[in-house]
Structures are given as structure tokens and as C-alpha cells.
Ligand binder design. Structure first.
Ligand code: CAA
Length: 258
């Protein structure tokens, strides 16, 4: 598939995906969502960390495309929501870490895209919000599910019912982002974090992600049992042998992802 809205850059094991629809501040139309789905589905083992950002200095993603949604009826609304939700779920369940480098507006579907990533860092001009109720709709790309998980129901309900946009410092305070940087530092910091991840055992990171993500929706015994099973799986990997041998012999480990 040829991409009209995605810019892709590979740097070692790190892939940087830039969503690019500058005329609409990178708002997500169904064309972009389909491209995103295609891209995520085709990622192979050469990508060990994915960084997602938006084109330009003003916006990460300013939401789902309102001009496209304006004319939808009920079944079309279901379909549009399902498309976004499926693509975001595919991002969330990738077996590699995904970092959102939020470089400006992350509103509606933009905030929801950032929340489907494992980790969010942002520039100090970023603004986060779920303004959907002001348009007569609710968050439709799984925001009502992920926002309360990330920041708690009280704050999530305040953001969703008021539709207010919050600044980067507030997003940091409530745990929606991990760190805030000057705009010119953001991508460098995202790369730094990705490079730290690259030094570690890929299968172990993948199993840790699975344990956190799947364990979150289980009860205590289920989550602890899942972790135990995945912990055991690590001992069947060459990387575990390599990591522990390297430690015991006081040398750097070289992981192969096996
Ligand atoms: N959809 C379609 N077009 C959008 C858009 C969106 N979500 N956001 C911005 N644009 C367009 C604007 O219409 C404008 O186009 P024109 O130049 O043709 O007029 C262009 O992008 C630039 O935007 P502004 O002139 O509005 O720029 P600004 O700096 O004055 O404001 C903004 C920036 C605060 C982000 C403002 O554009 C805005 O409020 N955008 C809408 C944000 C929003 O409501 N997002 C949620 C969408 S609903 C959703 O996402 C549902 C869901 O959960 C699936």
C-alpha cells in the first residue's frame, strides 16, 4: 500500500512514524486510519521500538476528522469508530514498545492514539483533551476505556464531560505523560529512551508488555498467574542464558531476540 499520510524512518532498530496531514493538523480520516492499520500489520522484527509523532510543530493529532464524521449516520458511526478502535488496539498489542512523542495538540482521537501507545512524552506546547461532547459525540477510539485506566475515573470524567484541554504540565501531574520537554528536545529524548530499550532483551520486553497489558484486566490471582507463566517462558530463551552469563562473567550482553 502506498502511504499518502505516513512518513516512515528507520534508525537501527527504531522506527519513527510521523502522521502527516498538515492541512488538518494531522486529523485522522479513514484514509489515514487504513494506512496506519496497514503499517502496523506489516511491521517486522527489524523494528524493535516504534516512536509515533505528528508532522509539524503545532499538532500531534487534532482528533478524528470532523469533516468526514459530520455526515455519518448511526451504522456509519459504528463503522468509523470500529476502524479507529481496531487500529489503536493493533498498536497497543504490538509485541514491541511504542512511544508517543506528542508534539502539540493531542485532542480526541489524538489523545486516544497517544493512550494506545505504551509511553507518552510530550513537548511543553502539547495540549491534551477529549472535546467530543462539544461535537455531540463521545470519544470513539477507546478513550472512555483507556483514559480512566491511565488517570482514574474522576479526572477522566472531568476531562470527558467538560471537554477541556489540559496543558503539558497538568498532563504530567495526572500521569497522562511521563515527561515534558522543550519542542526541540522531544525527538532526541524519545530516541534516547528507545535506545535504552534496544540494549535489553527483546523477548523479555515483549513478555513484560504482555504481562502488564493482559494482567491489568485480570483479577490478582489471574494477573500473578499470567506473570508466572511468562516469567517461566523467559527461561526458554537464549537471551536469558546470554543475559545471566554476561552478568556473571562481568561483560556486556549481546541479545539476539531469541
Ligand atoms: N478534523 C478536521 N479538521 C480539523 C480538525 C479535525 N479534528 N482539527 C483541525 N482541523 C482543521 C481546521 O478545520 C482548519 O482547517 P481550515 O484551515 O480549512 O479552516 C485547520 O485544521 C487548522 O485548524 P484551526 O484553524 O482550527 O487551527 P487553530 O490553531 O485555530 O486551532 C485546534 C487548533 C484547537 C486544534 C482546533 O483546530 C480544534 O479545536 N480542532 C478540533 C479538535 C477536536 O475537536 N478534536 C476531536 C475530534 S472528535 C474525535 O476525535 C472523535 C473520536 O474520538 C474518534
Amino acid at each position: 500500500m502506498e502511504y499518502n499520510y505516513l512518513k516512515i524512518e528507520h534508525k537501527g532498530g527504531i522506527t519513527i512514524l510521523t502522521i502527516s496531514a498538515p492541512k488538518t493538523l494531522n486529523a485522522l480520516n479513514s484514509g489515514i486510519l487504513k494506512e496506519l492499520g496497514d503499517f502496523v500489520g506489516k511491521l517486522d522484527a527489524s523494528t524493535r521500538v516504534l516512536i509515533i509523532t505528528g508532522d509539524g510543530e503545532k499538532s500531534f493529532v487534532a482528533g478524528a476528522d470532523i469533516s468526514e464524521m459530520a455526515h455519518l449516520n448511526e451504522p456509519q458511526g459504528v463503522e468509523f469508530g470500529r476502524l479507529g478502535a481496531q487500529v489503536f488496539r493493533a498498536i497497543e498489542t504490538l509485541p514491541i514498545p511504542v512511544i508517543a512523542a506528542v508534539n502539540g495538540y493531542a485532542l480526541g482521537g489524538g489523545c486516544e492514539l497517544a493512550m494506545a501507545c505504551d509511553i507518552r512524552i510530550c513537548s511543553n506546547n502539547a495540549k491534551f483533551g477529549q472535546p467530543e461532547v462539544g461535537l455531540g459525540i463521545i470519544p470513539g477510539f477507546s478513550g472512555t476505556y483507556r483514559l480512566p485506566k491511565l488517570i482514574g475515573q474522576g479526572y477522566a470524567k472531568e476531562m470527558i464531560y467538560t471537554g477541556k484541554a489540559i496543558r503539558a504540565d497538568e498532563a504530567l501531574r495526572i500521569g497522562l505523560v511521563n515527561a515534558v520537554y522543550a519542542p526541540e528536545e522531544l525527538m532526541g529524548k524519545a530516541m534516547e529512551m528507545a535506545e535504552m530499550m534496544l540494549k535489553n532483551a527483546p523477548v523479555a520486553i515483549s513478555l513484560a508488555k504482555q504481562s502488564i497489558n493482559e494482567g491489568y484486566d485480570l483479577d490478582a490471582d489471574g494477573a500473578i498467574g499470567l506473570e508466572n507463566k511468562l516469567f517461566g517462558k523467559c527461561f526458554a530463551t537464549a537471551d536469558q542464558k546470554e543475559g545471566m552469563d554476561a552478568f556473571l562473567n562481568k561483560r556486556e550482553a549481546t541479545f539476539k531476540g531469541e
